[in-house]
Design a protein around this ligand. Structure first.
Ligand SMILES: *Cc1c(COP(=O)(O)O)cnc(C)c1O
Length: 384
């Protein structure tokens, strides 16, 4: 097939697989013959590679990005009576975890240009929670939405003022940099997801936790294995089954060989989009100090009608797109109750609500060609 007729993928895992197939086959065959499917040496090898890449002291492999968030909060003893502040405009997992642990998610609005947690709104809601006195502020979960780092120095300063911990939900953003440093060392703990379509994805579920604290890393290792202590059958605390499979670690090791180049290629694709779309449609603003990992390339239409026109134009050209997210979390049936319980008179979450009617994500992966980006942009521009 020529470039003109090859279907454009929203995410492309086939092109990448073709590049590393011999190494994948070799690594997978090695795990199959070793028989060490749980806690095989590949898990420790991957943890080493992740920590090196992120420039942080410790990486702990876990079973998913959601479980990484859960272990992070369990390690802080977060539970009933605790408030966990998080953006209303994010994936459901961010809000689900505090609820599973009995804590209360307090939804915070996002910035209209970066789509990340709004600092002024965060401070206002922390003050309101303190004033109402029902919940104890315990943690801020910042999300680096679509690959763009949140303002971590500011979030850490706010957390410190109130004795809270910071959790960096970097599920969409591994490979992003802030002030020249990789995500992984900007919050008390950073959580990653290796879901197949993330910037670094495996062939199933997987995740990791990054931290500078040796003590916390040891606690995470215990919690991911049922709270075990030094000996296998010594149980020190209530934990969970949150381990990363050896096979997934082996697959991720193959993908790590491509990762740095893929990040450069994602940035190149984003630049091609930017050159054609800047000034024509609102784009996620990347602050000077940030380098996005470009997990998703998202545009913000003026309203739902314009978005519907762009979607129809892309459909007509068989170009895939996604809407992340069509509904803010505080409007989800599962979280409405928690939202109401968190603050008795919560201010509106107007930006989060507006974005859900306006945003859409265009194809973004390292194997897009400039001609493909040109086709996507022609369809978008023709529909504005
Ligand atoms: C994908 C994602 C998660 C969950 O990761 P899983 O590995 O699917 O459990 C959490 N938070 C955000 C922001 C995500 O995008």
């Amino acid at each position: 097939m020529t470039d003109q007729t090859r279907p454009i993928a929203l995410f492309d895992m086939q092109a990448q697989q073709a590049l590393i197939r011999p190494e994948l086959d070799r690594r997978i065959a090695h795990v199959l013959s070793s028989g060490r499917f749980i806690n095989g040496p590949e898990v420790a090898e991957l943890e080493q590679r992740l920590a090196e890449f992120a420039g942080c002291a410790h990486a702990v492999g876990v079973s998913s990005g959601t479980d990484a968030l859960q272990i992070a909060m369990m390690a802080e003893g977060i539970g009933r009576g605790d408030a966990v502040f998080l953006p209303a405009f994010t994936y459901t997992a961010t809000a689900e975890v505090p609820l599973v642990l009995g804590a209360t998610p307090v939804f915070v609005d996002v910035d209209p240009e970066t789509f990340n947690i709004d600092l002024a709104d965060l401070e206002r809601r922390i003050e309101l929670v303190i004033k109402e006195g029902k919940l104890k502020p315990r943690a801020i979960v910042g999300v680096d939405l679509f690959g763009l780092p949140a303002d971590w120095p500011a979030l850490n300063a706010i957390a410190k003022k109130h004795g809270m911990v910071t959790v960096d939900d970097a599920a969409q953003a591994f490979g992003a940099f802030l002030h020249g440093k990789s995500l992984g060392c900007h919050a008390d703990v950073t959580t990653l997801s290796f879901y197949p379509t993330k910037t670094l994805g495996c062939y199933g579920d997987g995740g990791a936790m990054l931290t500078e604290s040796a003590e916390k890393a040891e606690l995470y290792r215990s919690l991911r294995t049922h709270g075990e202590g030094g000996g296998r059958y010594e149980v020190l605390r209530t934990g969970m089954n949150g381990r990363l499979d050896t096979l997934q670690a082996a697959i991720l090791l193959c993908k790590m060989d491509l990762f740095a180049q893929e990040l450069k290629d994602r940035a190149k694709v984003a630049a091609w989009y930017g050159a054609r779309l800047t000034g024509k449609v609102a784009l996620q603003r990347v602050p000077n100090e940030a380098q996005s990992a470009w997990g998703l390339y998202t545009i913000r239409c003026t309203d739902a009608d314009q978005r519907a026109r762009v979607q129809a134009a892309l459909k007509a050209e068989s170009i895939p797109f996604g809407v992340y997210y069509p509904k803010p979390l505080h409007h989800q049936p599962a979280y409405q109750g928690a939202h109401a319980a968190g603050l008795s008179a919560a201010p509106a979450l107007t930006v989060s609500e507006a974005l859900c009617h306006q945003v859409m994500s265009l194809p973004m992966h390292p194997y897009l060609t400039e001609a493909e980006v040109e086709r996507v942009c022609a369809a978008v521009l023709g529909a504005l």
